[in-house]
Ligand binder design. Structure first.
Ligand code: MN
Length: 167
C-alpha cells in the first residue's frame, strides 16, 4: 500500500503527526506493534503491525480483547510510517483524525510461522501472529471479512492459549 494515502490525508504544517520518512527507531531487530487509543469523532483503537518499513493499520472500534470469544471488528486503514508507533498527542480540530492519540499497548510481534509471507497472508485475508506486549500477549488472528458490506472489514480474534481469558 505504501504511504501515499497517509500523506494525502494530512497537512503536516497543521498536525503534530510524523511526516512519512525514514524510520528513526534505532537498534531494532524484532518487528514492533502498537495499539493507540484515538479519541477522534468516534473513540477507537488503532492496531498497527510493522511490516517492511511501514505500519499495517486497522481501526478497532471496541479494541483488542484477550477473550477468544470476542471477535473484534478491525477496519483496515492506510499504512502509517514506522515513526507513528511512538506518536502521542493532539491532532488539532479540522485535521484528519482530529483528537487525542495515546499509546495503549506496545511491544513486538511475529507471524506464528516464521516463514509466513506477511504480504501474501494479508492479501489472502488471514494472518496468524504472536504479540508480546504489556496487555496483549500470545496468539491472535486477523481474518478478512468476505461478502461483507463493511469495506476493508477484518476480525481481530485472540486464539486460545495460556494467556487467553474467558471473560
Ligand atoms: Mn485512528
Amino acid at each position: 500500500m505504501g504511504l501515499d494515502a497517509y500523506k494525502e490525508k494530512r497537512h503536516f504544517e497543521n498536525t503534530p503527526e510524523p511526516v512519512a520518512g525514514i524510520a528513526e527507531i534505532e537498534n531494532k531487530q524484532d518487528l514492533i506493534f502498537v495499539v493507540q487509543l484515538h479519541n477522534a469523532s468516534h473513540l477507537h483503537f488503532d492496531f498497527r503491525l510493522e511490516w517492511e518499513g511501514v505500519l499495517k493499520s486497522w481501526a478497532v472500534p471496541k479494541g483488542p480483547s484477550m477473550n477468544p470469544s470476542d471477535k473484534r471488528l478491525a477496519v483496515m486503514v492506510e499504512d502509517h510510517p514506522l515513526e507513528y508507533a511512538k506518536f502521542e498527542g493532539d491532532i488539532p480540530e479540522g485535521n484528519y483524525g482530529a483528537g487525542t492519540v495515546q499509546i495503549w499497548d506496545e511491544g513486538t510481534w511475529k507471524p506464528v510461522d516464521d516463514k509466513t509471507d506477511v504480504e501474501e497472508a494479508l492479501s489472502k485475508g488471514a494472518l496468524e501472529f504472536i504479540l508480546n506486549g504489556e496487555k496483549l500477549k500470545g496468539r491472535f488472528v486477523l481474518i478478512q471479512l468476505k461478502n461483507s458490506n463493511v469495506k476493508n472489514g477484518w476480525l481481530l480474534i485472540k486464539k486460545r492459549d495460556k494467556g487467553s481469558k474467558d471473560k
